[in-house]
Every structure is written in structure tokens, then in C-alpha cells.
Design a protein around this ligand. Structure first.
Ligand code: PLP
Length: 394
């Protein structure tokens, strides 16, 4: 089996797994308890907080533990909205290809009276800092732009966007769930005020994540109750998962350069191989993308059929679209970069990691090529394209 869906989730690393299981067995006290058994949990918790802060250039007091990327995104946006509303600032700037944890939260804020500007994304999957600057108004309370896109992997000019926000005195949040652990991030260098992360996207456990919020930002609670996390997120902390997340992130940081170099090389080999399929196109900029992300459109086929046939051949991939619940809507990300509906339906996302071998890349190229040709063989759309009844787009 070749697992090529690391953008959906990753397998826990050895160190994360061992940390988690050992702690579950040994360090089970409640970190809020004052006796020694509780305080040893508290110590593990605070060490994890320091470890994570260190990786992104933050202070430990600026790290809030959450249940994952979605919760971090929700809390960041609601916090900025409440701060804005108190000053009569009810305008938010974001973009059209954010994760649904951002887009759906923005919809909720719109219902509450906020105005949202969603920036267009360039064909190459990149947002220009000048677009952000133009969109910021007197009443803008937040700019939220993802660090790297989860479908097409394009990396945004975050440092420059952060600079614009700093200059304009507007809070800047970034959903860094896909980026952290895979590319180098420093919240000071990148001018980031708030950042969302999720453990299971960098070989940590699921159901745990964190939100970085710059000192001075008064976080709004999503969950009320006890005084955990400085009163900003109630509920007894999942200490083993938090410590495992910290261990996973530390390892990712230590091996980042080596992995990024190798994985980018494999990515480029995969892109080169798939490019030889006729009427296909890479989605998103070829170079300015996450080391492990490859996303293609193939004209005349259905992404879902392609996935099922690849699964039969031991390749686990994704269409990169959100149509998990049987909805036939094409990916909002591919539409945002200007792919037409028909083409967006025939998409394939392969997200590889450092465990992939060159032989496996060859195997993927060979099998995707065969399956695309096979599916085109009985596709009415493909027949129309070949007969000239429809025009090729790619
Ligand atoms: C996976 C993902 C999320 C959601 O994270 P969870 O921990 O699964 O809630 C949010 N944003 C992006 C970009 C993601 O890839």
C-alpha cells in the first residue's frame, strides 16, 4: 500500500505514539490537582507548551491547547470578531479557497452582521499582498489567510501579508494546519498575530491542536467551565495527546530541511511523470507549494472513479475535494483558481511524505496513467472531446 493522502491525516510517529501511550499509563493525574500526582501532569503539560512555542518562535504563554485545527480556527475568528465589534469594526478580509473551518465560521459571522471580503486567488493558487492591502478598510478587524492550501498545497506570501496587516494595524490570523512541520514558520519573522495548528497533520495524534495568539490578544472562549488554559478553554487537558503532539512537532522541526529536500524531489518527479498524460494539468504553482503536494486535473474523467481504481491498485489518494458526503459539487478550491466545473471534477490529490521511495513514485505514475486511459475509454465526455463535439480546456 502506498499512502499518498497525508494532507487528510498522517500516521503517528514512533516518538509520538510512545510518548502518548507511556503517559496514558503513567502520568494520569489531573493537571489542575495540587498533589504530586497532579503536578507531574502539569509539568508535562507546561513542558509541551514550551516545546511548541519554541518551534514557532513564540512564548509559552501564547500557546492555547485545543481539540484541533477546526477549533483553533473558530476561536481565532470569533476572538477577532469580538475585539472588532467592541470598536465598531465589523469587516473581515479572507479569500475564496480557505478551509471550511474558516469559510463556515465567516458565514456565521456574516449572519451576526459582519461584512466579509473574500479575495480572488490567482490562477497559480497564490494571493498577492497588494490585494490584501487594497481590501483593508478603516473598519477591518481581521485578515485571515491560510499559510498553505490543503488541496493544492500553494504557499502564500505570509510574511508580506503580515507586514501589510501590521502597517495597517489589523489583526492577522493564519490557518497553518498544512504548513506547520513541513515548512519553516516563525511567528515573529512572519508577522503573525494568531496561528492555527493540528496535531494529526504532522504525525501527532488526532483531536488535539493549538492556537498561537500574540501576547495582549484577549481570547474569547468557545467552551466555558473550569479555569484551564488561563480560563480561555475549559475542560481537563488531554495531557498525553498534547505531549505527543509536542514530541511529533519537535521531531518534524529537527528533520524539516532533510525531509523537505527529499520530498520536494519526489514531488517534482511525480509532477513530471503525470504531466506526460495528455490533457492534464497541475493545479497550483509548480514550485511555490508544499514539499509533498501534487494535485492534477485530467480532462474527461471523474475523480471519484479514479480514486476507487487506484485504491484497487494499492494507492490511497484523494480527489482533494470536499465531496465526501456524496455531494457532486466540485472543489471550491479548484473553482477559486479558475478551473471550470467539468475539469474540476477530474481532480486527483497525492500528498506524499518522506517514507515514499523512487520506485513508488514510478508505480504511481504508471498506474495513474493506465487508469486515466482506461476511464477515458468509456467516458462519453471524452468521446465528445475526441470527436470535436466539445472543446478541450487542458
Ligand atoms: C485539516 C485541516 C483543518 C482541520 O483540522 P482538524 O484538526 O481536523 O480539525 C483546518 N484547516 C486546514 C487547512 C486543514 O488542512
Amino acid at each position: 500500500m502506498i499512502y499518498a493522502d497525508n494532507a487528510a491525516t498522517t500516521q503517528m510517529s514512533e516518538v509520538a505514539f510512545n510518548t502518548m501511550t507511556n503517559l496514558m499509563k503513567e502520568i494520569w493525574g489531573n493537571p489542575s490537582s495540587l498533589y504530586t500526582k497532579g503536578q507531574e501532569s502539569r509539568e508535562v503539560l507546561e513542558k509541551a507548551r514550551e516545546e511548541i512555542a519554541g518551534v514557532i518562535g513564540a512564548d509559552a504563554r501564547e500557546i492555547l491547547f485545543t481539540s484541533g485545527g477546526s477549533e483553533s480556527d473558530n476561536q481565532a475568528l470569533l476572538t477577532a470578531a469580538r475585539i472588532g465589534a467592541r470598536k465598531g469594526k465589523m469587516h473581515i478580509v479572507s479569500d475564496a479557497f480557505e478551509h471550511h473551518a474558516i469559510l463556515h465560521t465567516l458565514n456565521r459571522l456574516k449572519e451576526e452582521g459582519f461584512e466579509v471580503t473574500l479575495l480572488d486567488v490567482h490562477e497559480n493558487g497564490i494571493i498577492d499582498p497588494a490585494q490584501v492591502e487594497d481590501a483593508i478598510r478603516e473598519d477591518t478587524c481581521l485578515v485571515t489567510i491560510m499559510y498553505a492550501n490543503n488541496e493544492i498545497g500553494t504557499i502564500q506570501p505570509i510574511k508580506e501579508i503580515g507586514e501589510v496587516c501590521k502597517k495597517k494595524n489589523v489583526l492577522f490570523h493564519t490557518d497553518a494546519v498544512q504548513a506547520i512541520g513541513h515548512i519553516d514558520i516563525d511567528v515573529e519573522r512572519d508577522n503573525i498575530d494568531m496561528l492555527s495548528a493540528s496535531g494529526h497533520k504532522f504525525n501527532g495524534p488526532k483531536g488535539v491542536g493549538f492556537l498561537y495568539a500574540r501576547k495582549g490578544i484577549n481570547l474569547s472562549n468557545l467552551i466555558e467551565g473550569g479555569a484551564q488554559e488561563k480560563g480561555k478553554r475549559a475542560g481537563t487537558e488531554n495531557v498525553p495527546a498534547i505531549a505527543a503532539m509536542a514530541a511529533a512537532l519537535r521531531e518534524k522541526k529537527d528533520t524539516l530541511e532533510k525531509n523537505a529536500t527529499y520530498v520536494s524531489k519526489m514531488r517534482d518527479k511525480l509532477i513530471e511523470g503525470l504531466s506526460s498524460i495528455p490533457h492534464s494539468a497541475l493545479n497550483g504553482d509548480a514550485k511555490n507549494r508544499l514539499p509533498g503536494n501534487v494535485n492534477f486535473c485530467f480532462e474527461g474523467i471523474e475523480g471519484e472513479s479514479l480514486l476507487l481504481l487506484l485504491d484497487d491498485r494499492g494507492i490511497l489518494a484523494s480527489s482533494g475535494s470536499a465531496c465526501t458526503s456524496g455531494s457532486l459539487d466540485p472543489s471550491h478550491v479548484l473553482l477559486a483558481i479558475g478551473r471550470v466545473h467539468d475539469v474540476a471534477h477530474g481532480s486527483l490529490r497525492l500528498t506524499i511524505d518522506e517514507t515514499v521511495s523512487e520506485e513508488e513514485i514510478d508505480y504511481i505514475v504508471k498506474n495513474v496513467s493506465e487508469v486515466v486511459e482506461y476511464l477515458r475509454g468509456f467516458s462519453p465526455v471524452w468521446r465528445d472531446l475526441v470527436n470535436g463535439k466539445r472543446e478541450f480546456v487542458l
